[in-house]
Design a protein around this ligand. Structure first.
Ligand SMILES: [Zn+2]
Ligand SMILES: [Zn+2]
Length: 402
């Protein structure tokens, strides 16, 4: 049986998140907020499923670039592995630095910085757009001459290490602070204290920040999150608010030069009033909502189920047909949109729930084609459509009443 062992990254990282939660509670350190943690996990869940597609695509692109455009032919040896490690970390530094200073890249990276919490769940907050931007930067490596197989191994290492720098529970690490990126360095990077802005971009080695002048030591208590907090847990709004802001700014720019500046300039060049305008139209700020116990339990159980579906989808990805994979990915994306919207108590959740049940029924039927099962599902579907309004209001009462 050909299993995709990347799936085990999910229980691996999840167990460290639980451990961090447990330790923080024991130490009486309040480093988690329920809504922030759910929103963070939601972003990570979708990135994991979309990664199935991008990782394979980039492996193909790296191999193609290496076969056709490589400057050197680099074979695997101890020296070349060390060289590749330094090369990937340097490329990462610039990919990350430009991710903060060039709008088109900031649009892909901003989601990672939206959480006002700083813990292991925030490490999961990576989008597929960010993964694509990173992959584009890494294209320089096969052109230099490194093989796709070697690059993929390094991608795995770079995908694992930074998870552990997202914590407030680990203090300074002595002499290691001079060499590697530590939680202390990355706390600075995630904070919005004026003196800490645009600092400590390194992924595994802190030497690049020291060399290029972007290093700063953690001396005062960091304030986490964006300089202007998003105050929204909507999955869609988190992903696309900056793209919308750029689109409006692009339209408003009068000259070609100014339009180019919207794309390639920095975040400071974008008029802050655009966000306010868009928020009024598309988003309502929802940080202060009190959640009922029922709603919290519903969100937790949905998140666990979604992570389970994600785990098995990745584990058995070799055996899943393209159409079922598409549906499962759709189910996962809909599920996180639903839990994000539950945090904001949106009324349209039920329509998505109905769609989710439809997908589950189709997938179950495709695995177990059975006439009796089909009849039951069709019957339940008819009942669901006939009593749609009643079930809708009952569902809403259940979730949102105290
Ligand atoms: Zn960053
Ligand atoms: Zn980070």
């Amino acid at each position: 049986m050909k299993l995709n062992y990347i799936a085990f990254a999910i229980p691996f990282f999840a167990s460290f998140m639980l451990l961090e939660y447990y330790i923080s509670k024991r130490k009486n350190r309040n480093v988690h907020h329920f809504n922030e943690s759910v929103a963070n996990l939601n972003v990570g869940i979708v990135e994991r499923i979309t990664d199935l597609l991008t990782t394979g695509t980039f492996y193909f692109i790296f191999s193609w670039l290496n076969a056709n455009f490589s400057i050197f032919s680099i074979e695997s040896s101890a020296t070349t592995w060390i060289l590749l490690f330094f090369a990937t970390d340097l490329v990462w530094y610039w990919y990350h630095r430009l991710g903060h200073t060039v709008n088109v890249f900031w649009a892909t990276h901003i989601v990672h910085h939206q959480s006002d919490d700083f813990n292991y769940t925030a490490a999961a907050r990576i989008t597929v757009f960010q993964a694509v931007a990173r992959g584009l930067f890494w294209c320089v490596l096969p052109i230099i001459g490194f093989k796709a197989e070697m690059i993929t191994v390094l991608l795995l290492i770079h995908g694992t290490y930074p998870f552990f720098t997202h914590t407030q529970l680990v203090g300074k690490l002595g002499w290691l602070e001079y060499i590697i990126v530590t939680p202390s360095h990355h706390r600075v990077h995630h904070s919005s204290n004026p003196e800490y802005l645009d600092k400590n971009y390194g992924d595994m080695l802190i030497i690049w920040d020291k060399f290029f002048g972007t290093y700063i030591e953690e001396t005062t208590e960091p304030q986490y999150g964006l300089t202007k907090s998003l105050e929204s847990y909507s999955f869609l709004w988190q992903h696309f608010h900056y793209v919308l802001e750029l689109t409006v700014a692009f339209r408003m720019a009068k000259t070609f030069r100014k339009k180019l500046n919207v794309i390639f300039g920095g975040p400071n060049d974008i008029d802050e009033r655009i966000r306010v305008l868009l928020e009024r139209k598309f988003s309502n700020k929802t940080v202060d909502i009190q959640y009922s116990k029922k709603l919290i339990n519903a969100i937790i159980s949905k998140t666990i189920i979604t992570m389970g579906v994600l785990f098995f989808t990745i584990l058995f990805s070799e055996y899943i047909t393209a159409s079922v994979m598409f549906l499962l990915a759709g189910f996962i994306v809909l599920s996180v949109i639903v839990t994000g919207a539950m945090l904001e108590q949106k009324k349209w959740i039920f329509h998505l729930e109905f769609l989710r049940i439809g997908i589950v029924s189709y997938v179950v039927l495709s695995f177990f084609p059975n006439l009796l099962l089909l009849s039951v599902i069709v019957l339940l579907g008819i009942v669901g459509v006939l009593f749609y309004q009643t079930i809708h209001s009952k569902y809403q009462d259940f979730l949102f009443s105290a």
